[in-house]
Design a protein around this ligand. Structure first.
Ligand code: 5GP
Length: 125
């Protein structure tokens, strides 16, 4: 079920647990600002999730409250992960779902990084 992105941050969400190392993940990148791991239910040949270390419910929350350093660090981390996975030359797609219409299910900001094959049009109709 989609989350309500206006609710306060829930420290018990699954990505908070992954950040704390309480549940396993296939972690492929981490730095001061972000952690990246493979999606458990991949929707493309490459489907990686990048999350900030800070407690932010969604892109809306992050863009409103995060410091300039957190925002810069996170954006740079997403780019670093894409480069590390060799996605730049063939191309890739970023996606951040927000709230009900976005279909967001996990209430910790995450950017989906899709690639490894042609991805088609932006949104299936
Ligand atoms: P959303 O719909 O919130 O944008 O996407 C949530 C994503 O998290 C989904 O693609 C889902 O497969 C992924 N996911 C949910 N639970 C886990 C988990 O425990 N581990 C990993 N690696 N991915 C998860």
């Amino acid at each position: 079920m989609a989350i309500d992105p206006t609710q306060p941050y829930d420290d018990g969400n699954i990505f908070a647990k992954i950040l704390r190392g309480e549940i396993p993940s296939n972690r492929i990148y981490e730095d001061e600002w972000a952690v990246a791991f493979e999606d458990i239910n991949p929707q493309a040949a490459v489907h990686t999730l990048v999350i900030p270390r800070g407690a932010y419910v969604s892109w809306d929350d992050f863009s409103a409250r995060a410091s300039d350093a957190e925002i810069a660090g996170f954006v740079r981390a997403v780019g670093a992960v894409a480069r590390a996975k060799g996605l730049v030359e063939p191309g890739y797609r970023l996606l951040a779902n927000v709230g009900g219409h976005g279909g967001q299910e996990v209430p910790h900001l995450h950017v989906h990084l899709f690639g490894g094959e042609p991805l088609g049009r932006m949104i299936a109709r």
